[in-house]
Design a protein. Structure first.
Length: 135
């Protein structure tokens, strides 16, 4: 029986050991939580959550392009922050990326994420329809 799940990662987003950035199934793409790393794995943004968010949305743009999708196909956003005071800067970057497209969004404040460098992590769900895969 062939799998109806495609697991993939774009070549211009930092590869992560142990998992792929995308799972495509049932007409949707589920994107792993993105952090502020460039393609070479370097941390971007320092302690500035807004700058980290800008890098994260650059990565999300590359992930969407990898599957031939656009920001307007995003149907859900989850943002995880470690400091409530960063909300305005992070929101500014999200709104700049999505423009007038305003999918449902959940924001969560936590005590910490996977590395002390990470001030924000963003995951999305994308509606891609049938027969979509990596470009």
């Amino acid at each position: 029986m062939a799998s109806d799940v495609i697991l993939t990662s774009p070549p211009d987003v930092n590869r992560v050991a142990g998992y792929e950035h995308l799972a495509i199934a049932g007409g949707f793409a589920f994107v792993a939580g993105q952090v502020a790393r460039d393609v070479d794995g370097n941390w971007v943004g320092g302690d500035d959550a807004g700058a980290q968010a800008a890098q994260i949305y650059r990565n999300i743009g590359r992930i969407l392009a990898h599957i031939g999708a656009a920001p307007t196909q995003v149907v859900k956003i989850n943002t995880i922050l470690v400091d409530r005071a960063d909300s305005a800067d992070v929101t500014r970057e999200r709104l700049a990326f999505f423009g007038d497209h305003r999918p449902p969004h959940t924001g969560v404040i936590v005590a910490g994420l996977g590395s002390p460098h990470v001030k924000i992590e963003v995951e999305i769900i994308v509606h891609v329809g049938a027969g979509v895969g990596p470009a």
